[in-house]
Design a protein around this ligand. Structure first.
Ligand SMILES: Nc1ncnc2c1ncn2[C@@H]1O[C@H](COP(=O)(O)OP(=O)(O)OP(=O)(O)O)[C@@H](O)[C@H]1O
Ligand SMILES: [Mg+2]
Length: 327
């Protein structure tokens, strides 16, 4: 918990950015408190990388204001930059240098010297399982190992705001779990983390809050539970042997495929008895009844329905949402 008089780790207000005719970000507001992890979700091209680049001062916004721990990125870029660590989507390691040299080089760039730089190099390697790889040239690491070095570089100077742009792209299951555990630990120590991923279960593992970016706008923000409650579709699913009957119920009933009905209702477990009663004689043909709870995947697809950022492809047809719900 931060004291009321302390600025948030990140404050983004009314930020806009266009590349030629492409609006990458449009009136984006986002705040991240110290000790909080925000999972940044969005389709390809939604604006996640652009947002992180702006926060890190690599790209200038066309409009709006960004502050890192109260330091304006536009007016005090060095002070802001000192407080943050960015692991960009694109790998930025030096292939001829060993893992240790890469880390020390970054430590020195971040202003650490001598013993302190060496100590931090060893410290940051451990949770990312790099200790055994320290003397290997980065060019001879696997893709996932290189990604781990790249992530370690962002953490080397103990930044209070960490921006991780798809840190688990291409890493194996064990590394993913390690990284998630380490990010949680950093947050528990007070670090604010902005973490983009296309792998939604990771957000749940991180116990992260969520910001959904869609076509350059933040269209939803909150905890996973809040979003699921607000935007998820709960339902009672009824499967019949043969064609489903007509049901007279006060909730929307939709047919799915040949033999299934979905009764959409906020608290499905409270209404199953009523649904069963409404079946009448058709109850003998009921082969399965299931309470369907929405997942974060389901909510994400629903929120971004029909307007895929990149190619106009509809990623959230009703069928797809329902299929996700059953997962
Ligand atoms: N340097 C650039 N020049 C022109 N357009 C750009 C540039 N960088 C990004 N864009 C455009 O800005 C939009 C947002 O891109 P951005 O890279 O921020 O998306 P993203 O959410 O990170 O996507 P992904 O999930 O694929 O990494 C896209 O339409 C993209 O084509
Ligand atoms: Mg990106």
């Amino acid at each position: 918990m931060r004291a009321p008089d302390r600025p948030p780790a990140l404050s983004v207000r009314g930020v806009g950015k266009s590349y030629g005719g492409t609006i990458a970000l449009d009136h984006v507001d986002l705040e991240i408190a110290e000790g909080t992890i925000v999972g940044l979700l969005g389709h390809n091209g939604a604006g996640k990388t652009t947002l992180m680049s702006l926060v890190a001062g690599l790209v200038r916004p066309d409009a709006g204001e960004i502050e890192v721990l109260g330091h304006s990125v536009a007016r005090h870029p060095r002070r802001a930059r000192r407080e943050l660590g960015l692991a960009p989507q694109e790998l930025g390691i030096y292939p001829p240098l060993t893992v240790r040299q890469n880390l020390q080089f970054f430590a020195e760039l971040a202003g650490l010297r001598g013993k302190e730089a060496r100590r931090r190099t060893e410290e940051v390697a451990e949770p990312l399982a790099l200790t055994g790889l320290m003397d290997r040239p980065a060019s001879r690491l696997s893709g996932g190992q290189q990604r781990r070095v790249h992530t370690a570089m962002a953490l080397i100077h103990r930044p209070r705001l960490v921006l991780l742009d798809e840190p688990t792209a291409g890493v194996d299951v064990e590394t993913r779990a390690r990284l998630v555990a380490h990010v949680r630990e950093l947050a528990a120590q007070g670090t604010a983390v902005c973490y983009s991923t296309h792998y939604l279960p990771e957000i749940e593992d991180l116990a992260a809050d969520v910001a959904v970016l869609h076509q350059g706008r933040v269209i939803a923000r909150g905890s996973v539970d809040e979003l699921v409650r607000r935007h998820g579709d709960s339902a009672v699913e009824l499967v019949f042997s043969g064609a489903p009957p007509e049901l007279d119920l006060p909730w929307p009933v939709t047919r799915q495929g040949e033999d299934t009905l979905l009764v959409r209702v906020e608290q499905p477990h409270l209404v199953t008895a009523r649904v069963l009663a409404a079946l009448g004689d058709a109850a003998v043909r009921l082969s399965a009844l299931r309470v369907v709870r929405p997942s974060l995947d389901n909510v994400f697809l629903r929120l971004t329905a029909g307007q895929h950022s990149d190619n106009g492809e509809d990623h959230a047809s009703t069928d797809r949402i329902e299929a996700e719900q059953h997962a």
